[in-house]
Design a protein around this ligand. Structure first.
Ligand SMILES: Cc1cc2nc3c(=O)[nH]c(=O)nc-3n(C[C@H](O)[C@H](O)[C@H](O)COP(=O)(O)OP(=O)(O)OC[C@H]3O[C@@H](n4cnc5c(N)ncnc54)[C@H](O)[C@@H]3O)c2cc1C
Length: 497
């Protein structure tokens, strides 16, 4: 019998456990055990549901959906019997706003990240200056030159966007959009790791705009599919449905992996126990480490000191505040059409307008000290998240701001979010703590810096040499829920084949 240990019960560890359990129930001669440090499964994937006399509020603690183009979360959801829970975003209301000089400006329609499909959509846009519009037109005109000069090596996301569209597009939308997903610094992030589709588009067409136009021509008159997909009762349902398929006796909560050690051709996994200061040891043929990058680095370092430099060392933190307003309060809130807004982390994106800054007038007690990165107008993005007429506003702080905020108590964090949102959107009703969630995700988004793919290749070699180990989770080949599901399921299938 082959024995497997999974360490870490986030979505990556759960997807691996699900695949192992499927094989076991089909008769494979295997045993598996899952060890999770906390008292719950799902990791960052978690939903808080609040039932009120008016109806249910669905507040996401982490991811609020997935990119529809990536089929692997949907496939798993269908397999888990959740087909009737799968819902698309409100595609007809999709619009992203950018905070420029204290005002929310809509991004032009039909853009794929910072790339427009149709240059005419830029004409009436108040977001861009004529210089940015000219840079877009030049990108299309220079397709052949861009193709001939396409780099063969990795580069930063900033350098890639600058080559195509220049500084204004990078600062106004490129950096905030990328930071919204990866929480990082575009001058360090690897374009080949975080935007591989765009690199492929450049290699084929030179111009990214030309590439989108070619795709649109192939698609014909069919409307594009909704950009995002989620589950009716929240993303937490995905984790909960996997857990329901796993025998409880194989899942060990409050059991933190302390070390792994090679002994007689097996891995000896030492974990904490539920008894204070207790420790337990168990031997496995194979250990799947689905732990956050910092934990994986610590567990691996004694066996492969070189691995430390190969696993991303920088990671961005996130702090999320979701505040729900029942219909009676929500009626006084005016929100522009769209899914939400992004705040460029530069003077242009300051919450306080430059005019107000000049006059020394600041609009909130926290001022720009805790500057938002993004906010979501939840009920405009997804159906069924609130009772009729109600609203949820979700504020997202990232990077150093999130690190600074996360040491503050919940009411201070919620007040910072409320202050920033009130400054941008206009006065908001007071927060009801019973309808507000504050979630801290420290160092949760590993930064794939330039050269990440080369380091991964070296890490793969090192892990193969050690034998009996697999690395899963968001430090390697994508941070999105679909990527993690795909990675974990594929890894287990390979192990069992
Ligand atoms: C705020 C936020 C919003 C996001 N939004 C989206 C989105 O909308 N769509 C999307 O696709 N992706 C989104 N992501 C990314 C995605 O949610 C994460 O990358 C993913 O959930 C990470 O899953 P994981 O299993 O790799 O790690 P985690 O969820 O971090 O799970 C790791 C688990 O390991 C456990 N652990 C830690 N140490 C030990 C130990 N020593 N022993 C045992 N267990 C241990 C932890 O307790 C945890 O449960 C978002 C991320 C964040 C932070």
């Amino acid at each position: 019998m082959k024995r497997f240990a999974i360490v870490g019960g986030g979505i990556a560890g759960l997807a691996a456990a699900y695949e192992l359990e499927k094989a076991r129930t089909r008769g494979a001669d295997i045993d598996w055990q899952l060890y999770e440090a906390s008292d719950r499964l799902g990791g960052i994937v978690s939903t808080t549901r609040i039932d009120t006399p008016e109806g249910r509020f669905v507040l996401e603690d982490g991811p609020d959906g997935w990119v529809t183009e990536k089929p692997w979360a949907r496939e798993l959801a269908v397999e888990l019997g959740l087909a009737d829970q799968i819902i698309p975003c409100n595609e007809d209301r999709r619009r992203t706003l950018i905070l420029i000089d204290g005002k929310l400006q809509p991004m032009p329609p039909r853009m794929r990240m910072m790339v427009p499909e149709d240059l005419t959509t830029l004409e009436g846009s108040t977001l861009f200056t004529d210089a940015a519009r000219a840079a877009y037109a030049a990108e299309l005109a220079n397709a052949a030159t861009l193709k001939a000069a396409a780099p063969t090596q990795d580069e930063s996301v900033a350098s890639f966007v600058l080559r195509h569209f220049g500084e204004e597009v990078l600062n106004k939308i490129g950096a905030p959009l990328l930071s919204g997903v990866f929480g990082g610094d575009v001058h360090k992030l690897s374009v080949r790791s975080v935007m591989p589709a765009f690199v492929a588009m450049e290699q084929e067409h030179g111009s990214l705009i030309a590439s989108l136009q070619a795709k649109a021509a192939d698609r014909g008159p069919r409307p594009p599919q909704p950009a995002f997909t989620t589950l009716r009762n929240g993303m937490g349902v995905l984790a909960e449905a996997i857990v329901a398929k796993l025998p409880a006796e194989r899942v060990h909560l409050n059991r933190s992996a302390l070390s792994i050690k090679r002994e007689r051709g097996m891995w000896c996994l030492r974990t904490s126990t539920e008894v204070k200061n207790g420790k337990s040891k168990r031997h496995f043929n194979h250990v799947l480490l689905a732990t956050p990058a910092d934990v994986t680095r610590r567990l691996l370092e004694p066996h492969a000191p070189n691995s430390a430099a190969l696993i991303p060392s920088d990671a961005s933190s996130a702090v999320l505040v979701a505040m729900a307003f029942p219909a009676a309060q929500a009626a006084s809130i005016t929100i522009p059409e769209g899914f939400g807004f992004l705040v460029p982390q530069s003077p242009a994106g300051s919450v306080i307008s430059t005019e107000a800054q000049r006059s020394g007038e600041t609009c909130s007690s926290t001022g720009d000290r805790f500057q938002l990165l993004a906010a979501t107008f939840v009920e405009q993005k997804y159906p069924g998240r609130v009772p009729p007429g109600a609203r949820i506003l979700r504020a997202f702080f990232s990077g150093p701001t999130a690190d600074a905020l996360s040491t503050e108590p919940d009411p201070t964090i919620a007040a910072a979010a409320h202050d920033q949102l009130s400054t941008i959107l206009g006065p908001l009703p007071a927060i009801d703590p019973a309808l507000t969630t504050v979630r801290r995700w420290p160092r949760s988004l590993p930064q794939y810096e330039v050269g990440h793919l080369d380091r991964l290749a070296q890490l793969d070699d090192l892990i193969t040499t050690l034998g009996g180990l697999t690395l899963l989770g968001n430090a390697y080949r994508g941070v999105g829920v679909p990527d993690l599901i795909r990675g974990s399921r594929a890894a287990v299938r390979t192990l069992l084949s």
